[in-house]
Write a new protein. Structure first.
Lengths: 114, 114
């Protein structure tokens, strides 16, 4: 079955430090890849997405992600985190042969140390 | 352009009552998706609808749950005879099309069953 894995349930980083959140997906046809952020008690906001083209994608709030087909990964990065980045981050994938259904990772909760 | 609207934002029900959750998609979007998020878990797909049609309800429990997206008006997720295990956040998303079109999320309805 197609699946999306976010191996880190929680990540703690110091404010100002760099961040990388991991996302791997199972083999499938060409995927569309998304990262969403969910602040406490809020809905989900799209950070960035990859459909085709340049494998390094820039998103909002200073985030970027790199699609690596050989590793089936789409890791999210930010060079310097701010306290306001504390939230839960979800990776989601649409596989072309599943047509429309977003397959979700379980999420990574980001904690920022002052 | 208003985003995806969901109401109510919070809903409290006693066991055995009915819960009705509403979702108005973004203007120009005719595809609606419902997801459930249990505490400390990721999102789980429930149902995908287009106007007047249920396209995929593979994620929806067979009993007590139903969804509709009428020609006029919002999409409704209906839960009959609620039980404590139905307590969760229910998110609606909409997209212009399918096949990888970005889904935009509403703020969610948090259902608490006493």
């Amino acid at each position: 079955a197609q699946s999306v894995t976010q191996p880190d349930i929680h990540i703690t980083v110091s404010e100002g430090a760099s961040l990388e959140l991991r996302c791997n997906y199972s083999y499938g046809a060409t995927p569309y890849l998304f990262w969403y952020v969910q602040s406490p008690g809020q809905g989900l906001q799209l950070l960035l997405k990859y459909f085709s083209g340049d494998t390094l994608v820039q998103g909002i709030k200073g985030f970027e992600a790199e699609f690596k087909r050989s590793q089936s990964s789409f890791n999210l990065r930010k060079p310097s985190v701010h306290w306001s980045d504390a939230a839960e981050y979800f990776c989601a994938v649409v596989f072309m042969d599943s047509n429309y259904q977003l397959i979700w990772g379980a999420g990574t909760k980001l904690i920022i140390k002052p | 352009n208003a985003g995806v609207m969901q109401n109510p934002r919070h809903l409290v029900r006693r066991r055995g009552q009915e819960a009705r959750l509403r979702c108005s998609p973004m203007k120009g979007h005719s595809h609606v998706y419902w997801y459930r998020q249990l505490p400390e878990e990721g999102l789980k797909f429930m149902v995908y609808l287009q106007k007047e049609n249920i396209i995929d309800e593979s994620g929806m429990p067979k009993e007590r749950f139903s969804a509709e997206f009428p020609k006029e008006g919002p999409s409704i997720l209906r839960i009959q005879q609620v039980v404590r295990g139905d307590s969760a956040a229910y998110f609606c998303a909409s997209s212009r099309g399918q096949g990888g079109e970005t889904q935009y999320f509403g703020p969610g309805t948090r259902l608490l069953v006493l």
